[in-house]
Structures are given as C-alpha cells and as structure tokens.
Design a protein around this ligand. Structure first.
Ligand code: ZN
Length: 197
C-alpha cells in the first residue's frame, strides 16, 4: 500500500469502470455496496489528471451475456436505458472520454481496451500511470487492469473505490491476487494528492 501519491496532471490517468445504475443499488445486476464507490471516485475526479475516462457497459437488447441468449447475466445496461446511465451522483461531467464497451451482441466488453485504440491514445498522450476504480472488481475492473498492465502501464487499483460481485465468496480475493501477480499495485483515493481542478 502506497502512503501518499502525488498525481501528475501530465502523466497520470484515472479510469472509472461502469458506475452505472444497473450495477448500483436497485439495479438489474447490482453489485453489493456498489454505491459506496461514488464518493471516493468523486474525490479522485476533483484532482487534475492527464486524462479521465468513464466506461459504460453498453449492450444491445440481444447481447450474448444475457441469460435469454445463454449468457450468465440478467439483462443489464441496455443502450439508452436508465439502467445504463451513470449513477446520478457520479461527477460524470468531469470525464474527458466516455468509452462504451460490449456494444455488439458477441462482444463481451469486460475490458475497456478490448477492440479499442485506447492504449495507444493514452501512450501518445504521455500517460504512464493509470489509476482504476469502479465496478466490478472481479469482472470489468480486473479485465481492464490486466490489459493495462499488459500494455506496459503502471497500474494502481483504488481499493476504496472498487466493489466485487462475488458470485463465489472468494472471487474478490482471487481477482486482487491475480491483478497483483501481473504487477498492479494498491492505493486509496484518500492517499491521492495533487492539483485541484
Ligand atoms: Zn455487461
């Protein structure tokens, strides 16, 4: 665990994964205590970053991950629906980029790098470190963190700003361990300092 991390507004990026109504309290695929990530994420968003990216699960009505089509999940985050909208208290106006994923029926869309040129764009913007927050630790956060690490970024998981689904009780622990094995490090939003916006 890092003590205090100074955010470099030219080299550090913040990624906020899928903080959408369907993954929060009362949503179609609510993550336990998913709403708890909103306040820490807003605190991080108030700092100055080289890039701030909000991702959205953004599925067609016939998405392959839905149970009716043989997938594991109830319908969620259908394009344009209220469930697909960002949590109303999330400071989404601060996102420089919004990345939609899982937009085609066969496109799972767990990682924000899947099928996008985002890694290249971040690199050419001078980004070296990426701080990742959001939902859920054991799916889209993990997939995004592993892809960012593979692309050579220094990746930090903001542990107070992520929550897990835990289909199996050990999923969160396993996901964190796997991310750590691939080089990810931990930090809390309360450890971050930097210029305010
Ligand atoms: Zn989905």
């Amino acid at each position: 665990m890092e003590r205090s991390l100074n955010i470099d507004p030219l080299r550090d990026a913040l990624v906020v994964v899928d903080v959408q109504n369907d993954f929060c309290d009362g949503g179609a695929l609510a993550v336990p205590r998913g709403d708890d990530v909103v306040a820490p994420i807003n605190r991080a968003l108030a700092l100055r970053w080289a890039a701030t990216i909000g991702t959205r699960d953004w599925h067609p009505a016939n998405h392959g991950s839905f149970r009716a089509l043989g997938g594991p999940w109830p319908p969620h985050c259908v394009q344009g629906s209220k469930g697909a909208a960002f949590h109303p208290l999330l400071d989404a106006a601060r996102f420089r980029f919004v990345v939609d994923k899982g937009t085609a029926p066969a496109d799972l869309g767990y990682s924000m790098l899947e099928g996008t040129d985002l890694a290249e764009r971040l690199r050419s913007a001078g980004v070296r470190r990426v701080f990742v927050s959001g939902l859920a630790t054991d799916y889209c956060v993990k997939a995004t963190v592993l892809d960012l690490a593979r692309e050579g970024f220094e990746v930090f998981v903001l542990t107070d700003a992520v929550r897990a689904v835990n289909v199996r009780p050990e999923d969160e622990r396993d996901a964190l361990a796997e991310m750590e094995r691939r080089g990810a490090r931990w930090a809390k939003t309360t450890d971050l300092s930097g210029e305010g916006e």
